[in-house]
Every structure is written in structure tokens, then in C-alpha cells.
Design a protein around this ligand. Sequence first.
Ligand code: WQD
Length: 339
Amino acid sequence: MKILVTGGTGFIGSHTVVELQAKKHDVIIVDNLSNSSADIVDKIALISGIKPELEVFDLTDKDLTSDFFKRHNDISGIIHFAAFKAVGESVQKPLLYYRNNLESLVNILQGMKDNNIKNIVFSSSCTVYGQPDELPVSENAPIKLAESPYGNTKQISEEIIKDTVKATDINAVALRYFNPIGAHKSAIIGELPIGVPNNLVPFITQTAIGIRECLSVFGDTYETPDGTAIRDYIHVVDLAEAHVIAVDRMINNKMKNNYEVFNLGTGNGYSVLEVINSFEKVTGLKLNYKIVDRREGDITQVWANPDYSNNELGWKAKKGIDEMTLSAWKWEQALANNK
Ligand code: WQD
């Protein structure tokens, strides 16, 4: 089936394209390359043997987006990744985030409505839960006031999609990611943070390879066993596979409701120090890090209750933390070798 992947040259998008192609889907990517580069399609082809079609334009452009859907009204499903996602940057530039993340979504939904395209998988985030009152966190947990404009765009996007599903015959699945890390086993694609990484694992691997001097651990006075914050890290390939299952579920009319939400986490929480320990164990390296103050906006701990995704979606994360940290390291080494 023909699947549109917006943001398909990005970290999770590129891994999802590879898994879609493995399931014989025909993929077209739309990306404005604001956070990635066009040569990712060649890297995807190195893995899958198939170079996905790529159209480069900005989905906040109403006319270009409308024209795209008129030319591709045979799309069976959309997986929508394209969005800005840096929590800290969203606090500095809220209007950029609201315009980019919301206008692009509205233009896509309008294009679907005008061209009778039925199915969309939306890239959401566990950020919508804030600091959950109960752990593990299930899909019916209350949505908390967003801690950042980025998190707010995810909450608002879910609401926009819910209302659109009610008013049209569009079906939607929102996938709430926990913390995606790691890289494809080939080390041909992986996370490509531009500038100083915001996220923990790319900062760890860049410190270990010598790009960064020292990792700062943001606080060790949290109410957790070792004092550092806990997250549910999930391998990006496990995450990618869930997107293929979700879009196939829609295409094959397996949905129970025309708007469904699934948590994509492993159900295991790891602290920052535990992630560092895993990295040191699998690489045999000693990581240079220091404990500093907490980062504004960070929550103490979150991990998913994956039961609904496991039982209803028929998906379960398979890779453990050591495989995640080792794959991230192999990717960082490959980047250094190809400089
Ligand atoms: C993880 C843990 C930090 C960097 C965010 C978004 C989420 C998703 C993933 C987009 C925290 C600690 C981090 C560092 C550190 N984004 N840390 N030193 O904040 O849980 O989630 O990124 O999809 O929606 O909210 O991820 O990797 O930034 O932080 O100690 O240099 O590592 O305090 O406890 P986060 P993260």
C-alpha cells in the first residue's frame, strides 16, 4: 500500500520507513529537511534496497500541501512525524512551535478530507501525562497541564485530531512514545541531533566519542532509588515496528474505535545512572560525567503500562536497555568513521 511518511528523513521517521518497506509498503516521504538531510533516502535504500520517493516542502504551506494531496490521492495511510520537538527550544520560541506543529497538522487533515484519505497515525508523546499520579501510566491516565509549548502542541494536536475524526470519516491512531533511543543494527541510520544534543543518550555517546567533554547529569536528589530521574527508554526499531502495525490495523479495518491511543513503552523504567551503567557495561568505557542541578521542567519518573498496546495493538517492545545503548554507541562510531 502507498504510505505517506511526513518527517520521514528524521530519526524515528527513517527507521519507520525501513520497517514499512520490509512489509512491502510503497513509501513516499514529505520533509522540509529543517532537522535532517535528503541523503537519508540513500541510506534507507542501502538497508532496504528501495529508495523512497521524497518531496521536499513545508507542510505549513497550505497550497503546496493541498496540491500534494491532489497529486497523491491514492495514499492508503499517513504516518505523521513532521514536527519540531526540542522541549527547551519550544520554551524560547513558542510561536514557532505552535505555528509549525499545528498548522502542518491542520493542512494534512484538510488534505485528507478533501481527497478522501482515511487513515492517519499521529506521533504523540508521554509528555502529555506530565508527572503521572500513578505508575505505570496507562492510556486513560489524566492529561496534565503541559510543561512546555512542545508538550502542549502534542496535547492540542490530539484534540484537533479527535474533533476531526468526529466530524469526518477520517480514522486516527495516536501513538504516545516514551523515550526513543538507539539505532538500526546496520548503524547506517540513527539519531542525528543538530548542535548540542538535548537528549541523554546522544549526549552520552558524543561524550564517549570525544565530541563533548563531560555529560552533566541533571540532578541526583529526586525521590528515586539512586536519586536520578527515571524514564521508559524504548529502542527506535521497536517503536518503528509499532507504527507499521498501527497503519496496517487501520488499512485492514481492525480498529475498535475511529480514534485510538496507544502507549509505546517497554514498561521498564531506568534512571540516568542506570543508563550510564548500561552504556559503560556494553562498551567497556568509563563515561566522564558530573552531577549538576536539575533541568527546568523535568519530571521525576515515568514508565508505561504497555498492556493495552501489547494486547490490543498486538505489539510488544523486544529490545532491552543494553541493546539500546550498544546500538547507539555503534551508530556514534559509524558517524565518526564516516566524517
Ligand atoms: C532523559 C533524562 C534528563 C540530558 C524528552 C521529551 C520527550 C521526547 C524525548 C521528543 C532526564 C536526563 C538528559 C542530559 C541528563 N522528545 N538528562 N543530562 O526529557 O525525558 O523527554 O525527549 O519526542 O517528549 O520530553 O528526554 O533524553 O532529554 O532526558 O541528565 O544531558 O536524562 O534530566 O531525566 P526527556 P531526555
